[in-house]
Design a protein around this ligand. Structure first.
Ligand code: G1P
Length: 182
């Protein structure tokens, strides 16, 4: 439990005792709801079995929205997989290294927890998970972005929450007919 709102990185750090010293672990941000035939995290677990290192879900966003996300600086684009040479949390408008955004699914190594010990307040005055992952790249370890198959809803916004509600309802036979009347 995170007793103070000090940022996503701090929240993950609060869970450090639940994670074994040699175990990779997953982080899921529940305000990113993803509709997919194979769950986004399962897609990533399968890809991660071949790559190791750290992996973040990734999705192209409109350039003008890049400053709402963690953004990947890509060194090699292999299609569904990209290798990152940097990551920046909520870059200023016009300063984003790409429009490939981090979405709330992560597979991380315990090294990231160690990095979090030393991570200083970053964007928004919060301890940022993005900064602790970027530290991995600085130390010469691999960080990958994974372009998942599926549709992502930003349930941190009212419109995104409503879109998700409607999209999931339309998938349900007992609700589809009544909803389609609108
Ligand atoms: C968090 C992360 C950010 C990521 C985003 C995805 O930001 O810090 O890197 O791109 O989730 O939804 P938040 O939306 O909590 O500000």
């Amino acid at each position: 439990r995170q007793h103070q709102a000090r940022g996503l990185g701090h929240a993950v750090w609060c869970a450090r005792r639940l994670i074994g010293p040699d175990e990779s672990f997953a982080v899921m941000l529940p305000d990113d709801v993803i509709a997919a035939e194979t769950s986004c995290l399962k897609q990533m677990v399968d890809a991660h079995a071949k790559t190791g290192g750290c992996m973040v879900a990734a999705m192209e966003v409109p350039r003008e929205k890049a400053s709402a996300y963690g953004i990947l600086d890509v060194s090699e684009d292999m299609g569904s997989l990209v290798q990152a040479r940097g990551m920046v949390e909520k870059p200023k408008v016009g300063e984003a290294p790409s429009n490939l955004a981090v979405i709330g699914r992560y597979i991380l190594t315990p090294d990231v927890l160690h990095n979090l010990e030393k991570t200083e307040e970053g964007s928004g005055g919060e301890i940022q998970l993005t900064d602790a992952i970027a530290q991995e790249i600085t130390e010469g370890r691999n960080v990958f972005g994974y372009r998942f198959q599926g549709e992502r809803f930003d349930c941190g916004s009212k419109a995104g929450f409503l879109q998700a509600t409607v999209a999931f309802a339309l998938e349900r036979p007992e609700l589809r007919e009544e909803l389609s009347l609108f």
